[in-house]
Design a protein around this ligand. Structure first.
Ligand code: GCV
Length: 889
């Protein structure tokens, strides 16, 4: 807080504490019960799965449960105590001993995790034995060890690496639980699966279950920079780097590896794909080895992103031409040096010829030339190259209607199919543009028959609300993974293609861009970790439904209270559609500011520049014509059956219409609405449903711990306010451009709103906001530079009653202005604009809402808003909106 206000502000607080009549509720300030009762319904559980036959029935229990505060650090690995004796009793059959048939670091970690989990949930400390005890035991070991020690046990022959078996067996007359796998990482995964069952109160009776991952590649990428910042990270600084080096304390990196392992993620690339060449300096390699060391016990393979120009920049050669023998030799020596320090190093990720990164095009070489030179160096060590297909020209001529960025990946990589070495994997973003709120599956996913591929999904919500908005991504990912490309005229869903199954590729799978940070809860929003969990679960089994994933995650993260499970699962499952509704519907792109933050509304930012994220809206219509007949020809990149779905406006699903076609605003959708009315309606519905999320969450007051309850409520309240900023910006923009009014008369008509520039101003003056649609009426007010405080006043002229006041202000990150609201002489609220929104000026990124509820107002009341500027932020205000107060909302 700036010194000049500190005194004033503490006085304001003291005054407020002394007052009593007026009630102002800060959105996140709701109080909750620390202790409460909750009913636990435990299910009648019966499965008919091949390896999974069990059923038991547990009763209805009512018991007091302490809801302790949590900060999210444990993610879904909380191992919360099962307090109900009757529930705990169902696990009495678990042996008291655990026997590890080997001593690899991973097996040791596995045994320790089992002990930790059982102790946390059941309050029992398993004994760790090295020899077979003369009693039942939980036996941990690889197939190899089991065959040697317990030759009588039949092991399945079909399980591949990382798969596992959980089986009740009898050894030397004692009932044992066997957790075994082809490799020790699989045993670790088996233990996590067992602990997850207990945490979700599932039965272990007669356990006989084998699981197998869908694909060998299940990796995350972290876009961390060596200075400790994270590109597109929204939860604090890097857990790996600080000040140009690997962090001295890697505790969180180890904790993260544990979280990854618990959902079967087996690799992690720790630095930004916009790679700093210094990671390949010899002096850096021992630092990387330190990260590998904390990953190793969890079976997480370390990899790094590398810059193609490294042979020149780091190696001092006069070229980085991938076909130059000196360059090949340099890569070989460098890779050998890495493996000397990190024998289980996984490989490298390459972003080249993309967004200003240097690449093989410098020498007229292809991506295959570039990928192969590194792949050959890695091959003797078993390493792989992930070569990203995110290669495009960001200086496209927007005036040429045939230009289309969406074509780039297929145009560049399809002709190279079969030219990549066997240890190269082409890493393909799920859509052809860039992680938009809705895109069709990239046609390149079906365009590589003789090359390994992996799908790149984004866990960090770059274009999807940056973890300030709730957006459950497995719903989006499932649509892409389940999409059937019909390649070769047969069924080839994306999930099969990327797993390498459709064309029998040896490698393939899933890469998720996670960008976790130093914030205790890893991703910022307490509910956003469902996306990391969902990524891991889908990489393991893409046939899981989004609903099953949301429910699993909720049980593990918030417990098994049926009300909690039902409510959070429902919120997660609607959240992507809600976000899409108030941002960019019908496949037009997210409609965010693509030239800067990628956060708030910036509808025009994508047009008339070379980045190619065009929606081509004009006075008549909107959308990119990508058809073969009249457009850019992009549709022709899909196999014929899929292309047929998108070539005509009639066949194209409404949700993707504007991605594939340019249509007039009056075009009638399959839904029966015109495009323009759909835009208006979806934005109003989306904003209303964002408010509904707040109501849903509030119904959990007392059912979840206070810390996470308050943190989620604050984010949801913010989201509900920001959804209105989005709604108004998008609707206003399209109304002005099309000239077509909203059939329901809502757009540009806000009867409850009082514009700040229309109030009586002292020290404040009106300013234009750019883009204009991001402020109500295109204008806001700011204190003049020399003012220490300013005031805007208006007179309340509605009937006496209870009201709520929404104050729309701007919260830049280059100052912390203070605001105070008074009715007459009485202060009713005060706050500091100290959020860290991605904006240094007034726009849709910085626009924020303060809701003041429960105000008794009478006609003639004067309402004053006082602003106290700070730094570059001049206490900016947009408007006030007054609604009748409904107590329960
Ligand atoms: C790491 C988008 C993002 C960039 C990102 C790039 C990529 O353009 O905005 O931050 O760079 O994608 O995936 O390489």
């Amino acid at each position: 807080m700036a010194t000049r206000y500190r005194g004033l502000y503490s006085k304001m607080r003291a005054k407020k504490a002394a007052r009593g009549t007026w009630q102002a509720h800060a959105p996140s300030g709701t109080s909750h019960l620390g202790l409460h009762k909750r009913a636990l319904f435990i299910l009648l559980w019966g499965h008919a799965m091949k390896y999974f036959y069990l059923s038991f029935c547990l009763g209805l229990l009512t018991l007091p449960v302490s809801v302790a505060a949590e900060d999210g650090h444990d993610a879904w690995l909380r191992y919360a105590s099962i307090d109900a004796a009757s529930m705990r009793a169902h696990y009495d059959m678990l042996p008291a001993t655990t026997l590890a048939l080997g001593d690899s670091p991973t097996l040791k970690t596995t045994q320790a995790e089992l002990i930790r989990g059982v102790r946390g949930m059941l309050g029992r400390t398993l004994r760790a034995d090295a020899n077979f005890p003369h009693e039942g035991a939980i036996v941990l070991g690889t197939f190899g060890d089991v065959k040697t020690t317990l030759p009588a046990i039949n092991l399945p022959t079909s399980l591949r690496e990382d798969g596992f078996l959980l089986k009740t067996v009898v050894v030397k007359g004692f009932p044992c639980l066997l957790i075994t796998a082809p490799n020790d990482r699989g045993v670790l995964y088996g233990v996590f699966a067992l602990l997850s069952k207990i945490a979700r109160h599932q039965s272990l009776t007669g356990l006989d279950e084998a699981q197998q991952p869908s694909a060998p590649i299940r990796w995350v990428n972290e876009w961390d920079n060596l200075n400790g910042s994270i590109e597109r990270g929204y939860a604090g600084g890097s857990i790996f780097f600080e000040n140009g080096s690997v962090r001295a304390d890697l505790t969180r990196a180890g904790d993260y590896a544990r979280i990854l392992a618990s959902v079967g993620i087996n690799g992690c690339t720790i630095n930004n794909v916009n790679a700093d060449p210094r990671v390949l300096e010899d002096s850096f390699l021992p630092q990387l080895a330190r990260v590998a060391k904390v990953f190793r016990p969890w079976g997480v393979t370390l990899s790094i992103s590398v810059d193609m120009s490294s042979p020149k920049v780091v190696g001092g050669l006069d070229t980085f031409d991938p076909l130059d023998p000196h360059v090949a030799e340099w890569w070989q020596k460098k890779v050998d040096a890495i493996y000397k320090q990190i024998p289980d190093f996984g490989g490298v990720v390459v972003k080249a010829d993309s967004e200003g990164r240097l690449g093989p095009s410098t020498y007229g070489r292809t991506p295959a030339d570039a990928a192969n030179v590194i792949a050959r160096a890695l091959k003797p060590h078993g390493g792989v190259v992930f070569y990203r297909a995110f290669v495009y020209n960001h200086h496209l001529d927007w005036r040429d209607p045939k230009n289309d960025r969406a074509r780039a990946a297929y145009d560049i990589f399809h002709p190279l199919d079969g030219k990549f070495d066997e240890n190269v994997i082409i890493q393909i973003k799920y859509g052809p543009i860039d992680f938009q709120v809705r895109e069709p599956a990239s046609p390149l996913l079906a365009g590589l028959h003789s090359t390994n591929e992996a799908i790149e999904l984004q866990i960090t919500q770059e274009y999807l609300g940056q973890q300030r908005h709730l957006c459950f991504l497995p719903s989006l990912w499932k649509e892409v993974l389940d999409f059937d490309m019909h390649a070769d005229g047969r069924s080839t869903p994306v999930k099969e293609l990327v797993a390498g199954r459709s064309w029998h590729r040896p490698l393939g799978g899933f890469v998720g861009v996670a960008d976790v940070g130093m914030d205790a809860n890893w991703l910022g929003h307490p509910l956003a970790m469902a996306n990391l969990y969902g990524f891991g679960r889908l990489a393991w089994d893409p046939n899981l439904s989004a609903g099953a994933i949301a429910e699993e995650w909720t049980r593990l993260t918030f417990g098994n209270d049926p009300v909690v499970v039902r409510t959070i699962t429902a919120m997660q499952l609607t959240s992507w559609h809600i976000y899409e509704s108030y941002t960019g519907p019908l496949g037009a792109g997210t409609l965010t500011n693509i030239l800067g933050s990628h956060y708030g509304p910036g509808i025009e930012s994508s047009e008339r520049n070379g980045w190619g994220q065009w929606h081509r809206a004009d006075h008549e219509g909107i959308g990119m014509d990508r058809s073969v007949a009249t457009g850019t020809g992009y549709v022709g990149q899909y196999p014929p059956a899929a292309a047929k779905l998108y070539e005509s406006t009639k066949a194209t699903p409404d949700a993707l219409l504007l991605f594939f076609h340019h249509v007039p605003y009056t075009y009638v959708l399959h839904s029966g609405k015109t495009v323009i009315q759909h835009i208006y309606d979806s934005h109003y519905e989306g904003a209303d449903r964002a408010q509904e999320l707040v109501r849903q969450w509030k119904s959990l007051d007392g059912h979840v711990d206070e810390e996470r309850y308050a943190a989620v409520l604050a984010r949801l309240n913010y989201q509900a306010g920001h959804a209105i900023v989005w709604r108004d910006a998008v609707c206003t923009w399209f109304f002005r451009l099309s000239g077509i009014a909203d059939a329901h008369g809502r757009v540009d008509h806000y009867p409850d709103r009082i514009e700040a520039e229309g109030m009586q101003l002292q020290g404040y003056s009106p300013v234009e906001v750019t883009p204009s649609e991001t402020a109500s009426g295109g204008k806001a007010i700011e204190c003049a530079a020399q003012e220490q405080s300013c005031e805007a006043t208006f007179r309340f002229d509605r009937p006496a009653g209870w009201y709520e006041l929404d104050v729309e202000y701007f919260d830049q990150n280059n100052g912390e202005s203070k605001f105070r609201v008074l009715v007459g002489n009485q202060e009713v609220d005060e706050w500091v604009a100290s959020d860290h929104l991605p904006a240094t000026k007034l726009n849709g990124d910085s626009s924020a809402r303060r809701r003041i509820t429960g105000l008794a107002l009478r006609p003639g009341d004067e309402i004053h808003i006082q602003g106290f500027p700070d730094g570059e932020e001049h206490a900016p205000l947009d408007y006030v909106e007054i609604h009748t107060w409904q107590r329960d909302q």
